[in-house]
Design a protein around this ligand. Sequence first.
Ligand SMILES: [Zn+2]
Length: 450
Amino acid sequence: MSPKQVPPSGVDPYFPTHGDARYRVHRYELALDYRPGPNRLGGSARLSAVAGGAALAEFALDLAEFRIGRVLVDGKAAHYTHRAGKLRIRPAKALAAGAAFTVEVHYTGNPKPVRSQWGGLGWEELTDGALVASQPIGASSWYPCNDRPADKASYQISITTPSPYTVVASGRLLTRTTRSSSTTWVYEQSAPTASYLVTVSIGQYETVRLIEGSPTPSPNRTVPQTAYLPARLLPEFTIDFARQARMMHHFEELFGPYPFGEYAVVVADEELDVPVEAQGLATFGTNHLDGSRTSERLVAHELAHQWFGNSVTIADWRHIWLNEGFAKYAEWLWSEHAGGRSAVEHAAAAHALLAGLPQDLRLGDPGRKLMFDDRLYQRGGLTVHALRCELGDEAFFRLVKDWAVRHRHGVVGTADFTAHADRYATAPLDGLFQDWLNDPLLPPLPVGAR
Ligand SMILES: [Zn+2]
């Protein structure tokens, strides 16, 4: 899409066919059954939604190839078509502007990843189990959703699967009920959650309570932290994640209270290119463990996303640097705090790296093709560092914490951030943001922070 074609408000210019901005969902209730052997997923999704400013004669959900049993709107059968990942629903009677309504979709099939330039996204069958890694557009591989990051909702996820398997999902485990050879796991995520951050992991995992903590946010609470992993990897895991509790404490000091009830880490029994963040959870691969903390920067990166991306969520994918720049900078801050290389040293290394690479990436609107380019991460971290150098530590850390606290569980864009940053500066920041966010040329290495 060329810059002149302005997409309808609320539609993501990088993924214009995803999501439907004419209504919003405030709650999803998924009741699913999964059989790992045949990789069969089925059940129902019940969405509680509100129509936008105009009456809705029809609306759309994103849902990959499944057999649809029936579709109900406000309990009544609705007409629908299901084609090219879109479930278009026409209620028996048009929904009035601003009306609350429910949609129930019954579906079954063999979930498979959504194809993308980054490979398969979403539901992924493993050798013995499954996992979900949806960023940015894989959520429709396993449930019907309004797949745009700005439409955050609460979730109840119930999954029934053969009893030897452990099911981990976003949120707090409410109940676990075993009947004959199947077990039903019910999780509740009450915090507003973007569809790409909803996850499930199913595997033969050991459960390790790292920190008991308290799920109810309160001053000075300790955040409960749990890990799920193949039992044979426990020795390495114990070393590689030994400092996560300290990391949590440090990030709470820097970014304000942890935004969710709990934090879980899954180490899937499979190698993964990169770990991936989800709401209150992160998924790693066996290759991220080695018993020498080689991947500790990624432990910090995924944890930092709980504030930057998961709680403070981008309105659309043009603003991805707000997620990845802060997660990258959090890696550097952790390294500095833990006695490793300082943020200044990391910034210098990132700058040297970028200086040798093509300078054709606009950080503030990188385009769909480059949104997960490594240069976006490095330059994102450097942009945060440039701000620190410009403002000094006192104002910079106040800015960062206030940003995470003010927009807790909210939706933001780059303009919100630059306006926020201006309040902490004694001189205008227009030049800094122009150079770092809009001009593809690499600015000089920022100096000034101690
Ligand atoms: Zn990231």
